[in-house]
Ligand binder design. Structure first.
Ligand code: NAD
Ligand code: IPM
Ligand code: MN
Length: 347
């Protein structure tokens, strides 16, 4: 497996090096190329994502990314110029964000029940498409627009992916999250596509929720969700919430996927560069490690993926959550577990 690694900014490099420790145990033959994209390269050279680097990334089997974004760089430069550009260029239309409450982990929700959901977030459209602008800039009449782009093609492919995932899960339940009561144009397109694709999946039950109500249910009754399909922005917001209710954003993994497999997937924690804790060695690397499991699943190394997940499950079930230890200590534990007998027995 050829893997590009983009550690990025803030805690990105800290959590990625732990994820690579674990990967090194399960797939030692991985050929890794590091790319120093991020704040430092931008400061030094003004470069965000040179074409030559993009061409190299396209040749890989997968990409592992830590996080981008730094207080020394104006907001949006790295996020748009690097992270979103990668998602768009590599046609990552499925942004896969599972959220599971592992045994032993305390949810901030009093009575959470069993939480095991997958949010399928659209990844290349919505308000993220960059379809907007400023008029009459720096005047009292300045106008800013960010037009949400929703194409029948784009909505259908992510909805199809979500239905296929729902059909393959025991509960076979899909919730579309949107804001059809206000965003009536995009809402009717999404509703129609969900209805049409549902006809091909009579075994999948379908529900709809407005995104505002979803934030209520995410904290009062999170176990109701199985597969959630939603647009790019709503998916961004509800997956931070899903991460929080499953015990912390430090465990939330994600995969940016081109479901046609024409482009390599990019796997990264849901969280960002966390400048408030960067450099302290206290970031939880579990989300980065679980992102490696998603990567392994995507490239067909399912047994290795299950071993990585089982290591995390074992660690979380036995971890002293009041003193989880430093970033590198968690990484060391997971790297040891992944080739242990306890984990081998569970897979
Ligand atoms: P953030 O996710 O970086 O941090 C939010 C909170 O969660 C902070 O209190 C942080 O300390 C905590 N946190 C995050 N990851 C953690 C971990 N592994 N262990 C323990 N605690 C953790 O979000 P933010 O503060 O809004 O954004 C910071 C920067 O990151 C911004 O520049 C933003 O644009 C960028 N960002 C990048 C990505 C990405 O690269 N995929 C994702 C989100 C935000
Ligand atoms: C995420 C992040 C990104 C997003 C930003 C940094 C562009 O918040 O991966 O969740 O909004 O998708
Ligand atoms: Mn986000």
């Amino acid at each position: 497996m050829r893997l590009a690694v983009i550690p990025g900014d803030g805690i990105g490099p800290e959590v990625v090096s732990e994820a690579l420790k674990v990967l090194g145990e399960v797939v030692p033959e991985t050929e890794i190329t590091h790319y120093d994209l991020g704040a430092t390269r931008w400061h030094n050279t003004g470069e965000l994502l040179p074409e030559s680097v993009l061409d190299e990334l396209r040749q890989q089997d997968g990409i592992l990314l830590g996080a981008v974004g730094d207080p020394s760089v104006p907001s949006g430069i790295l996020e748009r110029g690097l992270l979103l550009r990668l998602r768009f260029e590599l046609d990552h239309h499925v942004n896969l964000r599972p959220a599971r409450l592992y045994p032993g982990v305390q949810s901030p929700v009093a009575d959470p029940g069993e939480i095991d959901m997958v949010v399928v977030r659209e990844g290349t459209e919505g308000p993220y498409a960059g379809n907007g602008g400023l008029l009459r800039k720096d005047t009292p009449h300045e106008i800013a627009t960010e037009v949400s782009l929703n194409t029948a093609f784009g909505v259908e492919r992510v909805v199809r992916d979500a239905f296929a995932r729902a059909a393959a899960r025991p509960r076979k339940h899909l919730t579309m999250v949107h804001k059809t009561n206000v965003l009536t144009h995009a809402g009717s397109l999404w509703s129609r596509v969900v209805e049409e694709v549902s006809l091909e999946h009579p075994d999948v039950t379908v529900a709809y929720q407005h995104v505002d109500a979803t934030t209520i249910h995410m904290v009062t009754d999170p176990s109701r969700f199985d597969v959630v399909v939603t647009d790019n922005l709503f998916g961004d917001i509800i997956t931070d919430l899903a991460g929080a209710v499953t015990g912390g954003i430090g465990r939330a993994a994600s995969g940016n996927i081109d479901a046609t497999h024409r482009n390599p997937g990019m796997f990264e924690p849901v969280h960002g560069s966390a400048p408030d804790i960067a450099g302290q060695g206290v970031a939880d690397p579990t989300a980065a490690v679980l992102s490696v499991a998603l990567l392994l699943d995507h490239v067909g190394r399912t047994e290795a993926a299950r071993r990585v997940e089982a290591s995390v499950a074992f660690d979380l079930a036995t971890r002293d959550h009041s003193a989880p230890g430093a970033t590198h200590a968690i990484g060391d534990r997971l790297a040891a577990l992944v080739s242990s007998r306890e984990v081998a027995q569970q897979v």
